[in-house]
Design a protein around this ligand. Structure first.
Ligand code: 5GP
Length: 102
């Protein structure tokens, strides 16, 4: 699959407001926020859409959710609530073909 803007963020080729990083994932602020806090949490490996997920990537995808949980807790809105979204495909509004949790 083709490289996306998110690879450039992972590789520090373009700037982003990065709030979390580990060996598997990266979290940064959405450039066009649709909520008071709008983060994107991505795997470092390139996976275009949910349709491209391999069975052995289940743990990796679960990891994106535990990062979301921890960031919500750290930022203090875990109890008040938050929405987690992953679009799949153009018709669903996906514009960057490197999977990401909003
Ligand atoms: P999608 O529509 O694919 O579910 O979400 C892609 C998201 O990436 C959008 O909310 C969009 O604002 C965000 N985005 C696109 N390009 C950039 C960028 O260069 N930097 C950052 N931080 N966010 C981006």
């Amino acid at each position: 699959m083709a490289e996306t803007i998110f690879d450039k963020i992972i590789n520090r080729e373009i700037p982003a407001d990065i709030v979390y990083e580990d060996d598997q994932s990266l979290a940064f602020k959405d450039i066009n926020p649709q909520a008071p806090v709008h983060l994107l949490i991505i795997p470092k490996v390139r996976i275009a859409t949910i349709n491209d997920l391999k069975d052995d990537q289940e743990t990796l995808i679960g990891h994106l959710f535990t990062v979301a949980r921890d960031l919500a807790r750290e930022m203090g809105f875990d109890e008040s609530g938050y929405r987690v979204v992953m679009n799949c495909g153009e018709q669903a509004g996906q514009t960057v073909f490197h999977i990401h949790l909003h």
